[in-house]
Write a protein that binds this ligand. Structure first.
Ligand code: ZN
Length: 234
């Protein structure tokens, strides 16, 4: 094998390793976004529970105010009844008093229902606060471990790229450019040995004359079938 080809194969080995590291690094990203989505979901659920509890609280306040108004009316009706001077007035005042009493009873039933719903709504808020807090503590550990993995991979990548570029200096410029161009077409490997009379990648037959040149001079040839760079390995 020609020394240029040997130097190129060493670069290719490094590129394959670099590709693997890049893949591992890229795989971390979906884990990060999955965690963010899970956290958003928990926080949205918490927000909804808080909003529901606030609505019940507001409703309770409104009904309590209404009770106070109805009680004032009731007191007025009571004093009206106390100062009646005729049977007709007494009948009318009694009817009004009974009506305001009914309204207050109704308000109080509603207040009791709201109180019950408020207890449930507050329980839900507590529960979702705990869920969100548990998730946050679990995620902060996971995030730290992901960040450590990421840093480690980035350091390995930087070193692998440095070594690769060092080795690439031993490869003639034109050969390296051709190799890089083939790899840029989303190929992990660009250089393959001849396998018998055929391309080692796609099995397309290579004419005898071209094979003779390759084994005689150590030159590389582009496969017409798949576009990879071929060399004679013997
Ligand atoms: Zn081929």
């Amino acid at each position: 094998m020609h020394s240029d080809v040997a130097a190129l194969l060493a670069v290719q080995d490094d590129d394959v390793a670099i590709h693997e590291l890049e893949k591992q690094l890229a795989e971390l990203a979906p884990r990060v976004s999955a965690m963010a989505a899970e956290r958003d979901k928990a926080l949205t659920a918490l927000e909804q529970a808080r909003h529901a509890a606030e609505s019940e609280e507001k409703r309770r306040h409104e009904v309590a105010e209404r009770v106070a108004q109805h009680r004032a009316v009731q007191e007025k009706n009571q004093s009206a009844l106390n100062s009646v001077t005729s049977m007709r007035e007494a009948t009318a005042a009694t009817a009004q008093l009974e009506q305001s009493k009914r309204m207050i009873d109704e308000d109080e039933r509603e207040l009791a229902q709201i109180g019950q719903r408020l207890v449930e709504a507050n329980h839900l808020v507590d529960e979702r606060e705990r869920t969100a807090a548990d998730l946050e503590s679990a995620q902060s550990q996971a995030r730290a471990s992901l960040a450590a993995d990421q840093q480690k991979l980035e350091a390995q990548l930087a070193e692998a790229r440095r070594v690769r570029n060092e080795k690439a200096r031993a490869v003639p410029r034109t050969l390296l450019t051709r190799y890089d161009r083939i790899r840029s077409r989303k190929r992990v490997r660009a250089v393959y040995p001849l396998r018998g009379q055929s391309c080692g990648h796609c099995d397309t037959m290579i004419p005898l004359q071209r094979r003779s040149v390759m084994s005689g001079t150590g030159a590389t040839e582009i496969c017409e079938g798949c576009g990879v760079m071929l060399y004679a390995s013997e």
